[in-house]
Write a protein that binds this ligand. Structure first.
Ligand SMILES: [Fe+2]
Ligand SMILES: [Fe+2]
Length: 236
């Protein structure tokens, strides 16, 4: 049984986001609450019991980043094992690669690229430049992930020539994820504190909920998968 603590117990009573007053259509409202609660139950994956459910977009995305950075730490250990010929389980490495694609790119980057970035782009040219930089880094991450997939396919067949490039691309991906999430975390403070109004925040969060509902898995699901790997490879 999942140990979701107090949130699940009160989820039917308290909507996670402050958004109920001005939604005219009741069915729409009900649908949104369902989607938002699904997204927010995903928030419960974070191990800190002090976690508070975010009502701002940047805070929400920072939670994704915490999961992503845990994955990054796992990837570094896996890369070291590959280089030392210890061979992490091919299944676990395949799982880590799936998480890069399904969680980091399809889920998290979708929230940024389809919701937050378009909203902040309207703020002005300075922010457009910042966002452009983030988009370039997303593309870099996608290409690195693609190269990892290619080398992984050879490595699982036992091809010695894939060992070094596989480890190198994994470390490149991990390094870029670390730098990228650190930069974004700082920018999210500006987004939440200054750049977006309350109504804009609400629109971004509503879109997050829809994107979360499109995902085959919740953030909690992804977090559980990352935790399984971190227990094995980080001994946590
Ligand atoms: Fe990003
Ligand atoms: Fe991000």
């Amino acid at each position: 049984m999942r140990a979701l603590g107090s949130w699940e117990a009160r989820s039917s009573l308290e909507p996670p986001f402050q958004m109920s007053h001005d939604i005219a259509d009741r069915d729409c409202h009900r649908t949104f609450l369902f989607l938002a609660s699904r997204l927010s139950r995903g928030n419960a994956l974070i191990e800190e019991s002090s976690y508070r459910y975010p009502v701002k977009a940047g805070s929400d995305l920072k939670i994704d980043h915490r999961v992503a950075r845990k994955l990054e730490s796992v990837l570094r250990v896996m890369a070291a094992k590959i280089m030392m010929k210890e061979r992490p389980s091919g299944e676990d490495l395949g799982e880590a690669i799936s998480l890069m694609v399904e969680f980091v790119d399809s889920y998290h980057h979708a929230k940024e690229e389809r919701s937050l970035f378009p909203k902040v782009q309207g703020v002005g040219k300075e922010q457009q430049k910042v966002i452009y930089g983030f988009l370039v880094e997303h593309e870099f991450g996608r290409r690195a992930a693609h190269r990892i997939e290619q080398e992984y396919a050879l490595w699982v067949k036992g091809e010695e020539a894939a060992v070094e490039p596989l480890a190198r691309f994994i470390l490149t991906y991990a390094d870029s994820l670390k730098v990228h999430t650190a930069k974004e975390d700082e920018w999210f403070n500006l987004v939440d504190g200054k750049l977006l109004s309350a109504s804009q925040q609400k629109e971004v969060l509503e879109r997050f909920a829809l994107i979360g509902a499109e995902s085959p898995q919740t953030r909690e699901d992804f977090g559980r998968r990352v935790r399984r790997l971190s227990k094995m490879y980080l001994k946590e």
